[in-house]
Design a protein around this ligand. Sequence first.
Ligand code: HEM
Length: 226
Amino acid sequence: MTRLFTVLLTSLGSKVVVALTGLGLAGFVVFHMLGNLQVFEGSESLNTYAAFLRELPILLWSARVGLLLIAVLHVGLTIRLAIHNRRARPVPYAVREYRKASMASRTMALTGGLLLIFIIFHLLHFTAGVVDASFSDRLDPRGHRDVYGKVIHAFQNPWFVVLYLAAQGLLGLHLSHGLSSSLQTLGLEHPLLNRLFRAAGPLVAGIVVLGNAAIILAIALGVLRA
Ligand code: HEM
């Protein structure tokens, strides 16, 4: 166990764990977007799906604790690696070489930090009902929690529309570079694989952002109603 921790705390070990946990979080974001797309099938579909996810509390809480652990490892080890890198090079580069680095790769710390703030806000909004409690206890005619009504109510408010769309921009940038670089960290060095990995990040990020933005805009524009 102690040896495992020693390996984990080496620079390479930390990079591998950051990559693996990043892939885990990306998997959650894709799964979450696919689940949320059921809003297009109507209230019965989304509310039944949300109820199904909560039917087995042991499974729900194991998934929640697992997700939290993955997120803590991802953020904690990323910060540790950044401090380590800064200590290794106390004098910054005289000229920053930005020509080859994309905007997404240069802004990973910023987009990651802002995403963390968004996720805390999002949990207080939809899961805990602290930001807006109006739909927290409401049930649909089948006795399920009215998650559909809560989502529709949220995006009928232009402030939430702007905030959630901005968060999609952050998510797109972070996921696009993070996914490609995680796959490259874990992958074998091969020109074909490298090209595939480089394309995977922007492709998955694009799909997630489009899916989430479609939900927000369909409600904001009145295509989906309560
Ligand atoms: C249009 C975009 C989104 C919508 C409509 C949405 C909707 C929701 C809803 C309704 C819940 C509460 C489910 C329930 O009470 O049963 C929830 C929970 C959650 N969302 Fe989102 N979400 C969106 C985007 C995101 C994004 C981008 C992330 C992460 C980067 C995220 C992370 C989470 C997490 C971690 C939970 C808590 C899951 C749990 O423990 O039950 N969501 N979301």
